[in-house]
Design a protein around this ligand. Structure first.
Ligand code: SAH
Length: 298
């Protein structure tokens, strides 16, 4: 892990064993002695990748966990924060490639909690945003297993911040839509309402469906010149931000060989990244950003 900060709190954070949470309630369920006997599952959001975006609560739970079930999206830096005694179980999930099925994951959660373990179910981003967190909790609830949910920074929030793209802006977008391009059933996306102006669209799991996204939005009336961004590995050291126009989305993805995890943003706010980008700014594709700015000022 590379922490660049010089102040004392960073140093303490680096020395995991010395880490103490100031003001952390002794009555917190994390410190509850009854916990071992009962068994409990903590559904924890790990954020989009940068380990410093983890919440303090998540960090402490990772240090104390007996069993951690984690997804593929979890960055190595975060895995290194898990206490050495914990049993690590990779149940990775990526589009079209599942190491464990959802029902196997559910079963493992129930089994370990019933044995009395303190279980952390670690998910990328926020567990309640396209993370199947609700489905896993339903199973725990059905089996009368105690649980808590620790929210995480979702990809929309983390990636847009690190790309210098404010999701809302009084001049350009009054609302934000988070959309999954990967549907359980056949096409249920309301393209008509998504094609309205003055909003920012954030597509999760959209990489393989980028052509459908751009074609459908244009077909339903969104300006083909609307700025788009593809953010690959957002908030991580290898983050890439590529920007262009909606009708260039496929070219952008193919020419730059964009890989997962990637987020697609559509809306006028994207053009602000030229001025506001601050993270890993070398190596970005500035030319296409400039064309997006020309669209806005036209
Ligand atoms: N629960 C997660 C989302 C899981 S769905 C959350 O709240 O963020 C997985 C999708 O999230 C990926 O296909 C990608 O579209 C997006 N994603 C997650 N982390 C990302 C990252 N670091 N950079 C870009 N996209 C990311």
């Amino acid at each position: 892990m590379n922490y660049s900060g010089n102040d004392a709190s960073y140093k303490e954070f680096q020395g995991k064993d010395k880490f103490r949470l100031v003001g952390y309630s002794e009555a917190s369920p994390i410190n509850d002695n009854k916990l071992k006997a009962a068994g409990k599952v903590y559904l924890v959001g790990a954020g989009p990748g940068d380990p410093e975006l983890l919440t303090l609560k998540a960090y402490k739970l990772l240090q104390n966990a007996e069993v951690v079930l984690y997804d593929s999206l979890i960055s190595d830096d975060i895995l290194q924060m898990i206490g050495v005694k914990a049993e690590l179980i990779h149940v990775g999930k990526r589009a079209n490639c599942h190491i464990a099925s959802q029902s196997q994951i559910n079963q493992k959660l129930v089994e370990h909690a019933q044995k009395g373990s303190m279980v952390v179910r670690l998910k990328g981003g926020d567990p309640f945003i396209f993370g199947r967190g609700g489905e896993e909790l339903q199973v725990l609830s059905d089996n009368q297993i105690n649980y808590e949910v620790v929210p995480g920074i979702t990809a929309a929030s983390g990636c847009s911040s690190y790309a210098g793209i404010p999701l809302t802006h009084r001049d350009f977008a009054q609302s934000v839509r988070l959309i999954t391009a990967h549907q359980k059933q056949q096409e249920t996306i309301d393209w008509h309402s998504l094609a309205a102006e003055k909003q920012t669209l954030v597509f999760y799991m959209g990489l393989l469906r980028n052509k459908v996204i751009s074609d459908s939005l244009i077909k339903h009336g969104l300006n083909a010149k609307t700025p788009v961004a593809v953010i690959e590995n957002g908030t991580r050291e290898n983050q890439r931000v590529l920007t262009g126009r909606l009708d260039q989305l496929s070219e952008l993805v193919e020419e730059n060989d964009i890989q997962m995890p990637s987020l697609i943003l559509v809306g006028e706010v994207v053009a602000l990244s030229k001025q506001l980008a601050w993270f890993n700014t070398t190596g970005e594709v500035k030319a296409s950003t400039e064309s997006a700015m020309r669209v806005l000022s036209a």
